[in-house]
Design a protein around this ligand. Structure first.
Ligand SMILES: Nc1nc2c(ncn2[C@@H]2O[C@H](COP(=O)(O)OP(=O)(O)OP(=O)(O)O)[C@@H](O)[C@H]2O)c(=O)[nH]1
Ligand SMILES: [Mg+2]
Length: 699
């Protein structure tokens, strides 16, 4: 393999709706790029990109596969991303290392939901897009419709560079209004046939105007002469593309390899070279890790600066961990070619790195870490358990390994819920992780509904007095605590006037401590004891006892929050008062007061934003109603409506699946924790009954 300078490298990611033909297109690109000499197909399960069992069995991409093509002196790195939104992690990680995206559109369908979703992601991540209208050889291919829907979705950025001469089963040629030539299936150029001359001329004018908008000097020249040279058009389109103002549209049949060479030629000419400085010290950013058959762990990276030589000793600037890259490779799927060096801007891989995790920078000393990648919030949360209890730990370990490779997947053991929690982008995503647990780790496990992290708090003031007294043999235990609890309200001045035992009492606060609880909310502890009734040295023991009860509310055993405690009286014994006695007295006094203070269950409420085609607004809203959802706002975004709602987490289990089925797969959503709110009375009753039943079972 040749060595490529930064200016001769292009990095592009293939995005678009599922089944639009990204993987097939990548295969044709590799063929045109002389990396393979025979094209495989998705049906025959032999593409370079979809090389895992799961991808082949399901005939769709699951992870983003780095590939490359060598084309006319340029190395074009191509990342073939999955089209399913559940596996969006692939495209989003690729955005970090690519200068442009190729948005494939299925000519049978035009713009689909998946096209919209990925178009939106690309915009959000600031990645310019080139459009390939693919499958033009299909009998149902409809170029006009595809173009029209593209314009509806992306507006005036859409500019056709080509149009097909004979879309449909005999599709084998197209007119290119940039070069003003006609191309056949083999890529040979000829003059534009007379009957297409007018259409070509008018589209050429549009293209020239669009190109001129990309650059002021070109605009002047265009006003003077009303024409630009092919090079100038390229220059203008390239500038407009980089600014995200232009989306040039191409014609392809990935399956029959029509238009692919010309698309590669445009990528080489118009996509900006990586902005990576070859003269700086070396640094690389790992955007993907994977465990591959016969190889083990592979780390895929982009060289962000300098030149990476084989055998380089690098460190992770964030933690100082060292790493030697003894061998480095250029990659096309499973095919890996050992190379001696990789220049700034290029993509490669290394194997079996100790510190080569996703989202990590490795660099020469003194180089700063590359900013971390950003991902959407999780959309699907479930609990996982092993079918055989003895496998519980192994299942947890398998999930840790799987989730370490995928930043849009997370697993952890929740001490609060006593469950292993798995989170991802949707049910298919979770199912894939579980498939790996079964097939790669040979463990039987299942998913089930996660518990909800309820909280408990109080709604009024209450007091309690508790005496702990134990006389066993010689040494006894004695402690008595009288305390008052009242709701903690953020920002409210500490109240000091209370009615205690029917008498108005002004508490004299001698010491105060506010704990910010790990699970949210506050606990404020005040010492108001008068006349030395309890020695100061026992206060920490009383607080300790209260803290023990804060993790186990009296209603459902959930964590408690937002409580003010005032210890105002008590008793000691000259010999038997010791720490343990005050821990117990504090705990029990607190517990009793809690029960009398109008305890309430709080539940987590999420901000949910639903993006749906307007025709599904009705079904989405009535579904939200059944979930105790409150719609706060509604806005339009092109052909889509965005609903802003607040929904209790308890009502969101499997929501992604439900939303997808009630909108024919066309609505998407995001969810983010907002706050804790009291549950309605009927829900509180239901939860209390459940807890009581469960407690009985455990007895
Ligand atoms: N007729 C025709 N079929 C195509 C073309 N490109 C892809 N296909 C078929 O469309 C189906 C999906 O192709 P893929 O290449 O797997 O599509 P993809 O975009 O990678 O799909 P995901 O990985 O699921 O996102 C396969 O059956 C392909 O053979 C094309 O240009 N013409
Ligand atoms: Mg694919």
């Amino acid at each position: 393999m040749k060595e490529y300078a930064t200016k001769d490298i292009r990095n592009v990611v293939l995005i678009g709706a599922t089944h639009s033909g990204k993987t097939t297109l990548s295969e044709a690109m590799l063929f045109e790029g002389k990396v393979i000499d025979r094209r495989g197909s998705v049906e025959d399960k032999n593409t370079v990109s979809d090389n895992t069992d799961y991808e082949q069995a399901n005939q769709k991409s699951i992870s983003a596969t780095p590939l490359y093509a060598e084309f006319g002196g340029t190395k074009i790195n191509i990342i073939d991303a999955p089209g399913s939104d559940d596996f969006c992690g692939g495209a989003l990680t690729a955005f970090k290392v690519c200068e442009a995206a190729i948005l494939t559109v299925n000519a049978q369908q035009g713009v689909e939901v998946g096209t919209e979703i990925y178009g939106r992601y690309a915009k959000q991540y600031g990645v310019p897009m080139i459009v390939a209208v693919n499958q033009l050889d299909h009998e149902k291919a409809n170029w006009e419709h595809a173009l029209e829907t593209l314009k509806e979705s992306f507006g005036s950025k859409i500019i056709p560079v080509q149009f097909p001469i004979n879309p449909g089963t005999s599709f084998n040629s197209f007119v290119d209004v940039l070069t003003m030539k006609c191309y056949d299936a083999k890529g040979a150029a000829s003059d534009i046939p007379a009957q297409y001359a007018d259409e070509a001329e008018s589209l050429h004018q549009e293209l020239v105007e669009k190109a001129a908008e990309g650059d002021d000097a070109l605009m002047e020249k265009f006003f003077d002469t009303m024409e630009l040279s092919t090079e100038e058009i390229m220059q203008g389109l390239s500038a407009g593309l980089a600014k995200g103002e232009v989306m040039p549209v191409f014609c392809t049949s990935a399956k029959n390899d029509v238009g692919v060479a010309r698309l590669l030629e445009f990528i080489a000419g118009a996509v900006p070279a990586p902005k990576c400085d070859a003269s700086k010290p070396v640094s690389l950013f790992i955007f993907k890790t994977d465990v591959e058959q016969h190889v083990g762990e592979v780390s895929y990276f982009k060289v962000m600066s300098g030149t990476l030589n084989e055998g380089a000793d690098l460190t992770n600037p964030e933690n100082g961990n060292g790493e030697r890259l003894s061998a480095i490779y250029a990659v096309a799927g499973a095919k890996k070619d050992k190379v001696a060096k990789i220049n700034a801007g290029d993509i490669g891989c290394a194997m079996k790195l100790k510190n080569g995790k996703t989202d990590v920078t490795l660099a020469a000393s003194g180089v700063e870490a590359i900013p971390h990648m950003v991902f959407p919030d999780f959309k699907y949360t479930c609990a996982v358990r092993a079918l055989d209890k003895n496998d519980e730990v192994k299942v947890g370990e398998a999930l840790s390994k799987i989730t370490a490779q995928d930043p849009t997947l997370k697993s952890y053991f929740s001490n609060e819920l006593r469950q292993t929690i798995l989170q991802g982008m949707g049910e298919q995503h979770i199912n894939y992780a579980m498939w790996r647990v079964k097939n790669e780790f040979k463990l039987e496990a299942e998913t089930y509904a996660p518990k909800i992290p309820y909280r408990e708090t109080i709604t009024k003031t209450a007091t309690a007095r508790y005496r702990h007294k134990k006389q066993s043999g010689g040494a006894g235990q004695f402690g008595e605590v009288a305390l008052l609890i009242t709701p903690y309200v953020e920002g409210q001045e500490q109240p000091r006037n209370f009615k205690i035992d029917g008498k108005d009492t002004l508490l004299n606060i001698k010491g105060s401590e506010t704990q910010t609880l790990q699970w949210g909310g506050k606990l404020e502890f005040n010492n108001c004891v008068v006349g030395g009734a309890i020695d100061l040295s026992f206060m920490p023991a009383i607080l300790k006892g209260i803290n023990q009860k804060m993790t186990e509310g009296p209603l459902t055993g959930s964590y408690a929050r937002d409580i003010r405690v005032y210890v105002y009286d008590g008793k000691m014994h000259p010999v038997d008062s010791k720490e343990i006695a005050f821990i117990i007295a504090g705990r029990n006094a607190f517990s009793e007061a809690f029960r009398n203070a109008g305890p309430k269950i709080l539940e987590p409420i999420y901000d949910v934003d639903i993006t749906t085609p307007s025709e599904y607004v009705g079904p989405c809203m009535s579904d939200l109603n059944t979930r105790r959802g409150m719609i706060s706002n509604q806005e339009m975004d092109g052909a889509f409506t965005i609903l802003h709602a607040r929904v209790p987490l308890a009502e969101l289990y499997r929501y992604s699946t439900v939303l997808s089925s009630l909108s024919a797969g066309s609505a998407t959503f995001s969810m983010k924790f907002a706050e804790y709110q009291q549950v309605p009375a009927d829900v509180q009753k239901k939860l209390l009954d459940e807890y009581a039943a469960q407690a009985q079972e455990e007895e």
